[in-house]
Design a protein around this ligand. Sequence first.
Ligand SMILES: C[S@@+](CC[C@H](N)C(=O)[O-])C[C@H]1O[C@@H](n2cnc3c(N)ncnc32)[C@H](O)[C@@H]1O
Length: 200
Amino acid sequence: MPKSWVKQRKEDGYYKKAKEIGYRSRAAFKLIQINEKFSVMKNGDLVVDLGAAPGSWSQVASEIVGKEGRVIAVDRKRMKPLDNVALVRADLTHPEAFESIREASEGDVDVVISDMAPRLSGNRHIDQAKSISLAEIAFDFSLEILRKGGNFVAKVFQGDQFHDYQKAVASRFDFCKSHSPKASTSSSREIFVIAKGFRG
Ligand SMILES: C[S@@+](CC[C@H](N)C(=O)[O-])C[C@H]1O[C@@H](n2cnc3c(N)ncnc32)[C@H](O)[C@@H]1O
């Protein structure tokens, strides 16, 4: 890891704040900011978090849904346990993963959130195509598991296919917008698609 990158990260305000609060990653603040602006999750909700490791989005979701609600965290990487969060270790490119999530959820889900990201190759076009493909998996899954009126958030790297993706999501929800929270670094090409009110 280059020294300059390590230094830059340590000086980053969100990184420091995450360490102080005990969030597993600075990404926590992206979800906090998204929820403050769009109210995608609330107390009592059942939330499925796709691409959840190391777990900061699940920490935030668990705080929001409280003891009345539940979070299911899914990742191909092993995760350390979290309070009020069920962990499912699965690769979401494998269809069997969805059976495991369905079993863990025991019914319709209020919110699907996805911060899934591919291993970066350094080639913009390849990375964007892989990111879209993960976001499509998250969208297809949300169509199967969300209750009517449910909400969806997915991270996508911006590029050629982004607008088609957003259009496809918008066609199934009452509200759909793309948003870049302040906690996303300025050099990042990530953007979040926020969709509310699944039409079923
Ligand atoms: C940016 S990290 C997520 C950070 C997380 N939201 C947090 O706040 O701690 C992206 C995650 O997506 C996961 N991921 C990527 N492709 C996946 C796949 N096919 N199946 C399951 N998880 C995947 C990676 O393992 C990685 O942990």
